[in-house]
Design a protein around this ligand. Structure first.
Ligand code: PMP
Length: 460
């Protein structure tokens, strides 16, 4: 067999990819016909593909490469750790220094009494841990009936059976027999699409109060926890009205429901604070983490757990764990990544430099005829495409215009993603003002080209 390297022609790589590689969230046949874009290397915020194109990655991979691509110091940490202790587990009363150090660091960074970490290999796995942990917690407290977890439609919590069940993605529930029992969904706080004539403030309260209604309907003695992303990411970067999270917090407190903040995207500086919970002002009992924890350099996730829950869980044996829980190489790289975020004041850079610089230009996109609203928290943002700005109307075929715009972005060497007809960004946190200028110029050009094409087709 030919040696498969970067040096093979793109068409050959694409053919091999189509023949043997099954892609996540992709129509295989469609991709096989078109050929996947082959990314060969990356530095900072820039990707290079097999044709030598330089592409600005305004998604940080999948919202994860917070410190930017290609840091040699992180490569050196991984190499050193592989030599020193390649692998050992943390089961059966053993531990190792990278897991100890990372857990202690996370306890230091996380707010309040979130002082304990259960490691996983990904965000999905961590949410599966959370399902078992909150149910087991209540069982240990003598309330085994408290099992139901309330989540939101159009939330995203991963792709495992548990994670995808917590998530509220209809397309995912339609495949593989989901959701698993004991998970129910309330509506999302998506004012732009679902708020009608209500003010955002009233709508935020109304959507939060669905949690109270659901708890009363099921009975407080049946409900274990509520889970939500502080800001919905994969659902389209949906920023809830300011009234939403304080009301959710009030309801969780009143009915003694555990609050799980899924910080897989919002953690580690993305929103201009270390955690999105701080940005929206909530006090979760558990935070799900992954992605920015290691800036995507190695797979690692986990649950940061408060004193009370950790104490109860730790008072007996928790029959749960993954071979790679706290993997030493992943833990060492994650720790070094957190040290970089801290030493280089990258969270401050998001809050004081990158966000303000981008915010003004991002907001200005609303002068474009296709853009109905623009939202940006820290460095996660979205613009809503619409045929009628005043009425916030959706296009007749949902997602088709977003897809066309995404294709224009790709052609213009900009990675933006579309969720339905929302265009979203989540660039590496180290993005500089001059890169932001390129991002905005390419985004505008792509929007213009999309608009021209839609006009030609009589769609606007
Ligand atoms: N939770 C949230 C909020 C996410 O955005 C994601 C991934 N996009 C996950 C969980 C799942 O993480 P992973 O893909 O690492 O399993």
């Amino acid at each position: 067999m030919t040696l498969i390297t970067n040096h093979l022609p793109t068409a050959e790589l694409q053919a091999l990819d189509a023949a043997h590689h099954m892609h996540p969230f992709t129509t295989g046949a469609e991709l096989a016909a078109k050929g996947a874009r082959v990314i060969t290397r990356a530095r900072g915020v820039w990707l290079t593909d097999s044709e030598g194109q330089e592409i600005l990655d305004a998604m940080a991979g999948l919202w994860c490469v917070n410190v930017g691509y290609g840091r040699k110091d992180l490569a050196a940490v991984a190499a050193r750790q592989i030599e020193e202790l390649t692998y050992y587990n943390t089961f059966f009363q053993t531990t190792h220094v990278p897991a100890i150090a990372l857990a202690a660091k996370l306890a230091e960074l996380a707010p309040g009494d979130l002082n304990h970490v259960f490691f996983a290999g990904s965000g999905s796995e961590a949410n599966d841990t959370n399902i078992r942990m909150v149910r087991h917690y209540w069982a240990m407290k003598g309330k085994p009936e408290k099992t139901v977890i309330i989540s939101r439609k159009n939330g995203y919590h991963g792709s495992t059976m548990g994670g995808a069940s917590l998530g509220g993605m209809a397309g995912m529930h339609a495949q593989g027999g989901l959701p698993i029992p004991g998970i129910v969904h309330i509506d999302q706080p998506h004012w732009y699409a679902e708020g009608g004539d209500m003010t955002p403030e009233d709508f935020g309260l109304a959507r939060a109060r669905q949690l109270e209604e659901k708890i009363l309907e099921l009975g407080e003695d049946k409900v274990a926890a509520f889970i939500g992303e502080p800001i919905q990411g994969a659902g389209g970067v949906i920023v809830p009205p300011a009234t939403y999270w304080p009301e959710i917090q009030r309801i969780c407190d009143k009915y003694q429901i555990l609050l799980i903040a899924d910080e897989v995207i919002t953690g580690f500086g993305r929103t201009g604070n270390w955690f999105g919970s701080q940005t929206v002002g909530i006090r979760p009992h558990i935070m799900t983490i992954a992605k920015g924890l290691s800036s995507g350099y190695v797979p690692i996730g986990g649950s940061i757990v408060c004193d009370e829950v950790a104490e109860v869980i730790g008072s007996g044996e928790f029959n749960h764990g993954y071979t790679y829980s706290g993997h030493p190489v992943a833990a060492a790289v994650a720790l070094a990544n957190l040290q970089i975020l801290q030493d280089e004041k990258i969270v401050d850079h998001v809050r004081d430099v990158a966000h303000p610089y981008l915010a003004e230009k991002w907001q200005a996109l609303t002068d474009h005829p296709l853009v109905g609203e623009a939202q940006l928290v820290g460095l996660m943002g979205s613009v809503a495409l619409t045929p009628d700005k005043a009425r916030r109307t959706a296009f007749a075929e949902p997602g088709a215009v977003g897809y066309r715009c995404r294709e224009r972005c790709f052609a213009n060497n900009l990675v933006m993603r579309h969720v339905g007809d929302r265009m979203i960004i989540s660039p590496p946190l180290v993005i500089r003002p001059e890169d932001i200028d390129v991002l905005i110029a390419r985004a505008r050009k792509s929007l213009d080209e999309t608009y021209t094409a839609l006009k030609a087709d009589g769609l606007v």
